[in-house]
Design a protein. Structure first.
Length: 127
């Protein structure tokens, strides 16, 4: 399989794997005036990060890596104009750390889980 075809297949798998979580996040997101809070905007990314965190803690780093790619894709496509620049940079840095930890050829469960926990904490505003 050539690189282009493999990349297309990978992108399709990432998109398909994110669909159920996106549907749940969109269905549970409040609507109407005042519904666009930062947490609501980041809820889909947070849900995937929690899923990836559970996978990393269980040792399934391959699936956690796939989920981290879905996080990156959602973040890249996110339109969050109300997000302050410092918060955006903190989330971006946390996502970059997750990707570094999970893409490392000898990824370790503890380091990957710690990076994912940090991402969740940054999204929640704890860091």
């Amino acid at each position: 399989m050539n690189n282009h075809r493999r990349n297309l297949v990978l992108a399709a798998l990432i998109w398909l794997s994110a669909r159920p979580i996106l549907a749940v996040a969109q269905a549970s997101a409040p609507s109407g005036p005042g519904a666009g809070t930062r947490l609501d905007d980041l809820s889909a990314i947070r849900a995937i990060a929690i899923d990836a965190l559970q996978l990393a803690r269980s040792g399934d780093l391959r699936r956690a890596r796939e989920r981290s790619e879905a996080i990156e894709a959602l973040w890249r496509d996110a339109k969050l104009p109300s997000l302050p620049p410092q918060r955006r940079q903190a989330i971006d840095a946390a996502i970059d750390r997750v990707e570094r930890e999970l893409r490392f050829w000898r990824a370790r469960r503890t380091d990957s889980a710690a990076a994912l926990q940090t991402l969740v904490d940054v999204i929640d505003g704890k860091v």
